[in-house]
Design a protein around this ligand. Structure first.
Ligand code: ZN
Ligand code: FE
Length: 254
């Protein structure tokens, strides 16, 4: 049986995600940006929390762990780095599996934004929770990792089936789209950017996205096709094009 995903805004621009295994009713929250908002959402849904799945240690992802553990007794699963700021019960990394009732999550090491960042993939349902690694039309900043590491993390996520629904942790899509348009003239991007701007004007979320949409229009996943746009020759390694795009985004004023 599939999972239900309940998405809600938290803090300024984070999303919270409750994931419920339909077969057993067991429920997880992916990251803990705001314990109050998560408790409110659980109550509104009539669900009780079994598990926290942390993607990385940043306070807008693990800051609510202690409070939620105290209120619900849930198990906390995540990369070891979470212990820098919050309680953690089970450490996971590349190749591990986490069961939520009958739903199996595969753990991918997606280091780069932070060194220990992980993503959770439910292959059976075509659902991926990617934290701050891949965003709609963007990707996370490299606070701890190197461009080569982030490129390999993004490539792992991009290799998922195109119809996979991608739940990223922030609503950054409109500003990502403005940067994307500055480096990539593709008509597919222009069309998607227009959809994004009007969705945001109507106050609608642009998350989840899909792997297919990101492969077609996300400039970071399209780095190999944008080498000339960042002044590199065709023979340059793909990760160098990614690094140049990430540096350009870091200093982009749009
Ligand atoms: Zn972060
Ligand atoms: Fe974040």
């Amino acid at each position: 049986m599939p999972v239900d995903v309940r998405q809600f805004p938290c803090l300024d621009d984070n999303y919270g995600f409750l994931v419920r295994d339909q077969a057993t009713g067991r429920t997880a929250v992916v990251d803990t940006p705001d314990a109050e908002a998560i408790l409110r959402e659980l109550k509104a849904a009539g669900w009780s929390l079994s598990m926290i799945l942390n993607t990385h240690w940043h306070p807008d992802h693990a800051g609510g762990n202690a409070r939620l553990k105290a209120e619900t007794g849930c198990e906390i699963v995540g990369p070891a780095e979470v212990r820098r700021i919050a309680p953690l019960d089970r450490e996971v990394g590349e190749g591990d599996e986490v069961m939520l009732g009958e739903t199996r999550f595969r753990v991918l090491d997606t280091g780069g934004h932070t060194l220990g960042h992980v993503a959770y993939v439910d292959d059976a349902d075509g659902v991926a929770f990617v934290g701050d690694t891949l965003f709609a039309l963007g990707c996370g900043r490299l606070f701890e990792g190197e461009p080569q590491q982030m490129w390999s993390s993004l490539s792992k996520i991009a290799a998922l089936p195109p119809e996979t629904r991608v739940y990223c942790a922030h609503e950054y899509t409109a500003s990502n789209a403005r940067f994307a348009l500055s480096v990539d003239p593709s008509p597919a991007l222009r069309a998607r950017a227009d959809q994004v701007f009007s969705a945001r004007q109507r106050g609608e979320p642009t998350v989840p996205t899909t792997i297919g949409a990101e492969r077609d229009t996300n400039p970071f996943l399209r780095a190999p096709a944008l080498k000339a746009a960042v002044g590199l020759g065709e023979g340059a390694p793909d990760w160098q094009a990614f690094a140049a795009l990430r540096a350009a985004k870091d200093s982009f004023k749009g």
